[in-house]
Ligand binder design. Structure first.
Ligand code: ZN
Length: 301
């Protein structure tokens, strides 16, 4: 595609790593919206694809869905974001940033201006320009929406995800080009070259070289989806992103309506399930589970 945005290969580790470093994690709620449950938990039967889109589903049966991103504070590398949350304009007019279709998909968006990521950072005494690294689990419109607010950051994402987001017909796959078509510093991670295994995950990269923040390849939801594992003082946290929308998918292997690649989705899910079995004290955060979200603390150290 013709685009202002270009990438180069990420060179790891990024600077700032410190042996034995642990991080703090701040979950940011960007917005809540109302969506048909069958989008997140696949329905049975002939009408399932329609139900997933909310066709024939009463608004009363819609479910509250959180749209989220995360701040990780590393002692040497400083503030790091995982995804960007929704653009501040979405609080006023969702169509501008999400597009007509996106605004429809995320119906009834409930977002206060104070929930925009720059505002949440400032509330913690962090200027948005101090965020030098942003890890993108994937580039779907509810995760990449606020990229424009971070011109000073280096964005890390998988090479496969970049290709999917900038490829032909990407708009039909949940990407909004205008959100990321900026001459920003995008760096790609090629999980097929030089990745290490970590725990149950076949492909991972250690971002700062100190084992404090890792990304693991969890494709299937999108071609190049990745999840993030961070080391807190006493335990690990897995920010699963949309590799699992809900904890029900983790526990029951109940799939969502749509996967970019169902075979790879199942394989990633199995890796996450094995991680959960092998690391029972890890905090596992799914992408769009309102009950799991409401159970989170404001900060983890
Ligand atoms: Zn999402």
């Amino acid at each position: 595609m013709a685009t202002a945005a270009e990438t180069s290969r990420a060179v790891l580790p990024l600077s700032g790593g410190e042996p034995g470093a642990t991080v703090a994690l701040y979950p940011f709620l960007s917005a809540e919206c109302q969506a048909p449950p069958a989008w997140f938990q696949r329905a049975e039967g002939r009408l399932a694809p329609l139900k997933a889109l909310g066709i024939g589903v009463s608004r009363r049966d819609y479910q509250t869905i959180p749209i989220v991103c995360f701040l990780i504070v590393h002692p040497g590398a400083g503030p790091v974001l995982v995804d960007t949350g929704l653009h501040p304009s979405v609080a006023v007019d969702p169509r501008q940033n999400l597009g007509r279709l996106g605004a429809q998909l995320f119906g009834g968006i409930d977002m206060e201006p104070s929930q925009a990521t720059p505002a949440q950072l400032r509330a913690l005494g962090i200027e948005p320009d101090e965020v030098t690294t942003i890890l993108m689990t994937h580039m779907h419109l509810d995760h990449a929406s606020a990229i424009s607010e971070f011109p000073a950051a280096t964005f890390l994402l998988s090479l496969r995800e970049w290709r999917a987001a900038t490829g032909p017909r990407s708009a039909l796959h949940g990407y909004v080009r205008g959100q990321f078509d900026h001459a920003f510093d995008y760096r790609t991670l090629d999980f097929d070259r030089g990745a290490d295994s970590f725990a149950s995950f076949g492909q991972s990269f250690d971002i700062f070289g100190d084992e404090s923040v890792r990304v693991v390849s969890t494709p299937g939801h999108t071609d190049g989806h990745m999840s993030v594992i961070a080391r807190l003082r006493a335990r690990e946290v897995l920010l699963a992103g949309d590799a699992i929308y809900t904890l029900r998918t983790l526990r029951e292997s109940h799939l969502p309506a749509r996967c970019e690649d169902e075979h790879r989705f199942r394989r990633s899910l199995r890796e996450i399930q094995m991680y959960a079995e092998q690391t029972p004290d890890a905090l596992i955060v799914p992408g769009h589970d309102i009950d799991a979200w409401r159970a989170l603390e404001p900060v983890y150290e």
